[in-house]
Design a protein around this ligand. Structure first.
Ligand code: ATP
Ligand code: MN
Ligand code: MN
Length: 350
């Protein structure tokens, strides 16, 4: 399940750099992340538990001061003395010696923290959280596990490993993920984690309104009769703050899962399927920003590229985009290589 995504893992301190004018803090690099840490607390090569941004840590008798230690602690992107910091490091040594054994992490070889930090919660999608959802059988496992995009900061080797792969770049829209499928003659709609039951809830009937009534998606899928799942972002008033200021709810496709082939469609296949559905990509797809190769690029280049204004049609001007998503335009081992780069400008403004 996407919400069971691992948020804390054991990693090494790759490097430590001073911050001009700062006496008590310095910058550590963990994977591709820059994290502010207490000066002198770590040496290069030390193992730490790295906690990702967008995590909420449980009350924790370690952090900063007594008051904060008693609250849930939200990890976000911050800027201190002109330096971006993303995530939080906890020294393993300290944890292992911690008197409260419940907080002691047990970690396995691949670096994933197994227990102790399990009560870390994820800041999750508020839109379709509540309501009476039908828990779906096949769909849940088919659709929702595929959805999480890895962050480029967790994949420092990608520019080397995939130097020569061509990637499609699209804008990452800030909304709520809604999947519409056609499988063995049956249509259905799912939120990130659940199959929707349109009768039961207001939010869900708004989704039906857009997808089934306005876009006639079920009719179009019936006609085309392919076993596919269209994944799209639902955006508009009241969805994730509607950063685009658009006046009507709408849905923009970002991926197509080809159920029989057991893989995602390439850019070309996706555009073709949308065309055949009578829903051209330029109107019903997420904004397309071109193709890109990672050869010779650094993490910094990729993160800089993520900054920019939204290209969504109908958006108010100069809206900082959430980020960009890379997907290989070719199939490698029956799968598409994909990752996201979230805009740090956007994160800091949020
Ligand atoms: P949450 O807001 O719940 O943390 P997220 O948006 O951070 O979720 P990720 O797994 O990080 O989730 O990113 C993948 C999600 O981004 C998709 O499920 C989809 O909802 C959304 N998305 C928006 N635009 C795109 C795009 N162009 N390509 C792929 N995914 C996109
Ligand atoms: Mn997220
Ligand atoms: Mn999102």
């Amino acid at each position: 399940d996407a919400s069971d995504r691992v948020l804390a893992y054991v990693e090494k301190i790759v490097s430590l750099e001073p911050i001009a004018g700062a006496d008590v803090i310095e910058i550590a690099t963990v994977l591709g992340w820059k994290v502010i840490v207490k000066k002198g607390l770590y040496a290069v090569g030390d193992l730490v538990v790295y906690v990702e941004i967008d995590s909420i840590l449980p009350p924790w008798p370690y952090f900063i001061n007594d008051k904060l230690d008693k609250c849930n602690f939200r990890i976000k992107t911050i800027k201190l003395r002109g330096q971006i910091s993303q995530g939080y490091c906890i020294p393993i040594k300290e944890l292992l010696n911690h008197p409260n054994k419940k907080l002691t992490p047990v970690y396995c070889v691949d670096g994933q923290v197994e227990s102790g930090l399990k009560s870390i919660r994820r800041l999750s999608d508020p839109v379709l959280q509540n309501g009476d959802f039908d828990y779906s059988l096949e769909i849940k496992s088919n659709m929702t596990e595929l959805i999480d995009q890895p962050r480029i900061q967790n994949l420092p080797l990608y520019p080397t490993t995939y130097a020569h792969v061509e990637f499609e770049v699209t804008e990452k829209l800030e909304g709520s993920s809604v999947t519409v499928y056609h499988y063995k003659g049956v249509n259905g709609t799912c939120s990130r984690n659940f199959e929707l039951n349109f009768e039961n809830c207001q939010k869900q009937s708004e989704i039906k309104d857009v997808l089934v009534d306005k876009m006639k998606l079920y009719d179009r899928l019936d006609k085309l009769n392919l076993n596919i799942a269209l994944q799209g972002e639902f955006i508009g008033p009241k969805v994730q703050g509607n950063i685009y200021g658009i006046l009507e709810l709408c849905w923009r496709c970002f991926d197509i899962w080809m159920i029989d082939q057991n893989r995602y469609a390439t850019h070309a296949e996706r555009v073709d399927i949308m065309e055949k559905l009578g829903l051209p990509w330029s109107d019903y797809g997420v904004p397309y920003l071109g193709t890109y190769k990672l050869e010779g690029k650094t993490l910094k280049d990729i993160l800089e590229m993520a900054n920019g204004f939204s290209q969504l049609k109908g958006s108010k001007p100069k809206v900082l985009r959430e980020g960009i998503v890379f997907k290989s335009t070719t199939v490698e081992n029956n799968s598409i290589i994909t990752f996201k780069a979230i805009s740090n400008q956007y994160l800091l403004k949020k």
